[in-house]
Design a protein around this ligand. Sequence first.
Ligand code: AMP
Ligand code: ZN
Length: 114
Amino acid sequence: MDNCLFCKIVKGEIPSTKVYEDNEILAFKDINPAAPVHILVIPKKHIASLIDMQKEDEILVGKIYTVINKIAEEQGVKENGFRVIVNCGRDAGQEVMHLHFHLIAGTKLGEKIV
Ligand code: AMP
Ligand code: ZN
């Protein structure tokens, strides 16, 4: 998608601090962290939001959770725990219309974080 911020990050047109990459998935630090660890995990393929996920994306989304676990371990937050948030649509406050999973950790998390 030409006008999508996260597609531009995938293509390297906008810089990001990458923490994980494979041929289908990219993870990078959130530019405005809500906690000491705040990483966004995204499919490289453009999917606008969770509601746009198709049956064919089930394996990809499963892999994203495996990657989240791997990053949590690497970031040293596996033991204390972490939160995964997916904002979907307007009422949830989704700002970037490219499916992304917030991995948030590193402190005791309050009720509302992103
Ligand atoms: P959401 O509100 O769920 O759509 O979250 C979008 C997230 O993207 C926010 O937490 C932003 O801080 C983050 N964000 C926006 N632009 C960038 C960027 N260029 N690099 C990294 N994170 C970004
Ligand atoms: Zn996109």
